[in-house]
Design a protein around this ligand. Structure first.
Ligand code: AQP
Length: 334
């Protein structure tokens, strides 16, 4: 039986965080067992942030190497660069014309980003439509995403549904979201655990990147917010103990020890014990990860062949969907 398609993307916008790893990459690896996975390095999305001359190229190869070091297998699946498959921008324009302006204005991520950004460009506003094109081109069944992307997936479903209904034909598969199973859908900032950990955060003490040194990890975890409960209480409670819960989620996901077992292990222990255990495990985990990363990163011949191959394979799917779209809306005079 043909495997159903999973699609997801990641922006090459800088050093990836442990949030990106837990929320996206570790899931991508698991999904390969059951689905045919198409993973995209979303370089066009990265343009919503100003890119210095010639930096994006390096970031793209870094992000590809991170994906490979996380266990994504380009032989069994597809991994490609978004800008290498021109159908993404072609479908994007068409879907622009099927998306309501008012709906885009209500996207909470846009509202948040305009407060943080000096460069409020139109791309930032219409970003979810390019995301819709990305997903719909591949007749995607499931999209693994973090919590921050749920609203965008709803919009993609809406666009697909409306397009199909307009023409009375199933041109697009309506995709479903796939959230993380071990609370990893939203890893929070270390210093403000009510805010998402983001790689573009200006305060780097909020985030653990996959490339932080042992010393940096130690400093950041030591300063991570816990709470003032006395006696200390290492208990998973997202509402009342967001700092401790976030640390338990990170720990559970990198060690694959359940949160329940961790709570039991740390019963009557203090926050210092918990932090030392996290520091040890994070350093160990990231050291192993980086070893794999550098093996891939220094082999640019291999990386480039994966990119070329990925684009060729992705294009076959993308062309087939775009052809259906062109046919149904009457853009098919030859
Ligand atoms: N904190 C997080 N917890 C869980 N999942 C997360 N993701 C991002 N942050 C967390 C998931 O990682 C995937 C790729 O994200 P992206 O780089 O394409 O964009 P993003 O969601 O905007 O990630 P960042 O780190 O917050 O990037 P910047 O700072 O550049 O905007 C997605 O599946 C995302 O949900």
């Amino acid at each position: 039986m043909k495997k159903k398609i999973v699609f997801s993307g990641i922006q090459p916008t800088g050093l990836l965080t442990i949030g990106n790893y837990i929320g996206a990459l570790s899931q991508w690896k698991k999904l390969q067992k059951k689905y045919f996975c198409i993973y995209c390095i979303a370089d066009l999305h990265a343009l919503t942030i100003y890119q210095k001359e010639n930096v994006l190229n390096k970031n793209i190869l870094d992000t590809l190497s991170v994906c490979l070091a996380s266990g994504i297998d380009p032989k069994k699946n597809i991994i490609f660069i978004q800008s290498h498959v021109s159908q993404h921008t072609q479908l994007n324009w068409i879907l622009n014309c099927f998306t309501n302006f008012g709906v885009l204005k209500r996207m909470t991520q846009f509202k948040k980003k305009i407060h943080l950004n000096k460069n409020i460009n139109a791309g930032l506003f219409s970003y979810p439509i390019l995301m819709a094109a990305d997903i719909l081109l591949y007749q995607t069944y499931k999209v693994p995403v973090g919590k921050d992307q749920i609203q965008h997936i709803e919009l993609v479903r809406d666009i697909a549904y409306r397009f199909n209904k307009t023409y009375g034909k199933k041109i697009f598969t309506i995709p479903k979201k796939k959230l993380h199973e071990n609370y990893g859908s939203c890893i929070m900032s270390l210093l403000s655990p009510m805010t998402k950990m983001s790689k573009s955060d200006d305060n780097k003490n909020n985030i653990i990147t996959l490339f932080d040194s042992d010393l940096t990890i130690r400093k950041k975890i030591q300063h991570a917010v816990t709470d003032s409960d006395n006696p200390p209480n290492i208990k998973f409670d997202l509402k009342n103990k967001p700092g401790i819960s976030n640390l338990l989620i990170i720990l559970s996901n990198i060690t694959e020890i359940s949160i329940q077992k961790l709570e039991y292990y740390f019963y009557k222990k203090n926050y210092h014990d918990l932090k030392e255990f996290i520091i040890f495990n994070l350093c160990f985990f990231l050291k192993k990860f980086r070893k794999k990363f550098f093996l891939y990163r220094k082999n640019e011949t291999l990386l480039k062949s994966i990119i070329i191959n990925g684009a060729q394979k992705a294009e076959k799917y993308a062309k087939s969907t775009l052809k259906k779209v062109h046919n149904i809306i009457g853009l098919n005079i030859k």
